[in-house]
Design a protein around this ligand. Structure first.
Ligand code: GRF
Length: 221
């Protein structure tokens, strides 16, 4: 059921991270500026993730679950589900979470897990996207927010934002440009969701009641 959220009744989310957490920070900053979202918990599989520090500074509860403490992926995911369920998040936001999620996890949070990927999917799923854009001399690069399904980086696309690659760009500059873009794109998608404009499914996304094309919303900032 589609619900509307506002500052009195903010959209409850959980954010999963593994590293720097700059996208987490962008969401924290957008909330401070009025985005009607509440981050209930930040969970990391990496105890060194700088994002944990960012969460603590924003007074958001944090939790670490390390893979080495669980015999199988499903055992890990069962604990992750139990931990998340305590906080009743409407959305699970993957923000640089470097783990494959099991079918068990994905089914439990069916159509409620979002990921941000640093490429214009379906081009370049997986890692090293900036290097590939550079190697292939692509003229355009960008970022994608999509629904997470069992297929890695292949769930239905909610939104993309693209930019023209300069001749002077290299993988480092592309990384920096993508990050800047992502810090606008992820909060923007959360705002649309909070406004009740998005209806998410395993194979399609509706925006204001209309089926979106495969590339999702094309946004520029
Ligand atoms: C982002 O570039 C995102 O697209 C990818 O992982 C990176 C996370 O960066 N999934 P950060 O930890 O948010 O800085």
């Amino acid at each position: 059921m589609i619900q509307n959220y506002n500052s009195q009744n903010p959209l409850p989310i959980a954010v999963l991270i593994s590293g720097n957490g700059s996208n987490l920070q962008a969401i924290i900053d957008a909330i401070a500026k009025g985005l009607p979202v509440e981050i209930k918990i930040v969970i990391s599989n990496n105890p060194q993730a700088y994002g944990l520090e960012r969460a603590k500074q924003a007074h958001i509860p944090t939790h670490v679950l390390q893979a080495q403490d669980f015999p199988t992926r499903v055992d890990y995911d069962k604990e992750l589900i139990a931990c998340l369920d305590q906080f009743q998040p409407r959305l699970i936001i993957l923000a640089g979470f470097m783990r494959i999620l099991s079918a068990l996890f994905i089914e439990h949070f069916n159509n409620r897990i979002l990921n941000i990927h640093p490429a214009l999917l379906p081009k370049y799923p997986g890692l090293n996207t900036h290097q590939m854009v550079y190697n292939n001399k692509d003229k355009i690069h960008g970022s994608t927010v999509h629904v997470v399904t069992e297929h890695l980086d292949a769930g239905p696309i909610i939104a993309q934002s693209a930019f023209a690659v300069d001749e002077s760009d290299d993988p480092a500059s592309l990384t920096a440009k993508i990050k800047q873009l992502e810090h606008k794109l992820y909060p923007h998608v959360l705002a649309l969701y909070a406004q009740g404009k998005l209806d998410l499914h395993q194979d399609k996304v509706f925006y204001e009641g209309k089926l979106l094309p495969k590339q999702g919303l094309q946004l520029s900032f």
